[in-house]
Ligand binder design. Structure first.
Ligand SMILES: *Cc1c(COP(=O)(O)O)cnc(C)c1O
Length: 337
């Protein structure tokens, strides 16, 4: 079976398993796990941020960030198709107790400075005030689009001018960096805080990081505890995360395979394929997505439905050149010509 459902299905390699076995550990709630401390320091250094915090998942990372940045009852500005708004069980309402105001981005998920300005609300007797702007890069729902540094910067600059902090959901931050051929630090330079996942394209079994100013990370550490995310000998999972971080240098391979996959699928009847910017391929099908995926599964390829007639395939480090070839052939067998 060629599993193209997500870049989260990757399995840890021997190097990661050995790193987990050999990790020096301590109680991380006491900040005494040397492996977690090293991972946090390394992540902060890569992003050129003051500090970082290891968290169990990207969802928890975003939720901690939102809670730490905002006061109860404020508004949070986000893109209408963003993960934090659409795919986190309305956690913003439950954990940060904020009201979300969604902005329709363009077809790549870009929101303009004017939209940020228009979405901002002041704090007065009747209005709650805007407490946070969140951005997403790469933008998952729009097909893994890599938003340019300038697009992040211009939205963030307006927010800052209005006194609103900015959090970047960078679950696939390093995919964006690879696609744009810039450093991740360049992308996050204009924002206050960022979350990225070790467990997606980087291939770690578990974990995400949030990074930002030391003062923010100190407060986020308390919120992580509040949310039940304080872990003990977490070096066991931080160690493979450290190994996974090095995989950021190979993500262009996934992007090239995604391009080849898209080109091959686009030749097939009944499919319209969006040209991928990173490792996510979106295809429009002329039969319902679930039906299409059932037929693909029968031929040995897995994907996920993204909309009634939209399917997502994802390349990752357990998908090689031969798999891409075979996936195209399998889909060709699956779709009636
Ligand atoms: C996957 C994802 C998350 C959540 O990460 P989990 O580790 O699955 O909780 C957040 N944001 C985006 C854009 C994602 O793709």
């Amino acid at each position: 079976m060629i599993d193209l459902r997500s870049d989260t299905v990757t399995l840890p390699n021997d190097e990661m398993r050995e790193a987990a076995r050999d990790a020096q550990v301590g109680d991380d709630v006491y900040e005494e796990d040397p492996t977690v401390n090293a991972l946090e320091a390394h992540a902060a250094e890569i992003l050129d941020m003051e500090a970082a915090l290891f968290v169990p998942s990207g969802t928890m990372g975003n939720q901690i960030a939102a809670r730490t940045h905002t006061d109860r009852g404020q508004e949070l500005l986000c893109e209408a198709e963003s993960h934090v708004y659409k795919w986190e069980l309305a956690g913003l309402a439950q954990h940060a107790e904020v009201q979300t105001r969604a902005i329709e981005g363009d077809d790549r998920g870009v929101i303009t400075p004017e939209q940020v300005r228009a979405g901002y609300v002041e704090t007065d007797l009747h209005r709650p005030g805007t407490g946070l702007l969140t951005l997403e890069n790469t933008h998952n729902s729009k097909g893994g689009t890599a938003l340019a540094c300038e697009d992040i910067e211009s939205a963030a600059d307006v927010a800052h001018e209005l006194g609103v902090p900015v959090h970047l959901d960078g679950a696939r931050l390093f995919n964006a960096a690879a696609a744009l051929d810039v450093s991740a630090a360049d992308i996050v330079e204009p924002v206050d805080t960022v979350m990225f996942c070790l467990s997606k394209g980087l291939g770690a079994p578990v974990g995400s990081m949030i990074a930002g100013p030391s003062e923010f990370i100190d407060r986020a550490r308390r919120v992580r505890k509040l949310f039940g995310g304080g872990m003990r000998q977490a070096g066991i999972i931080a160690a493979p995360g450290m190994v996974a971080l090095e995989n950021r240098h190979r993500l262009t391979e996934d992007h090239e395979r995604a391009k080849r996959l898209a080109a091959g699928l686009d030749e097939l009847p009944g499919l319209t394929v969006q040209s991928p910017e990173t490792n996510i391929v979106l295809l429009e099908t002329d039969v319902p997505a679930t039906e299409f995926l059932e037929m693909c599964k029968g031929q040995g390829v897995l994907g996920v439905p993204f909309d009634d007639y939209v399917v997502r395939f994802c390349t990752h480090w357990n998908v090689g050149d031969a798999d891409v070839k075979e996936a195209i052939a399998a889909v060709e067998r699956a779709v009636p010509s």
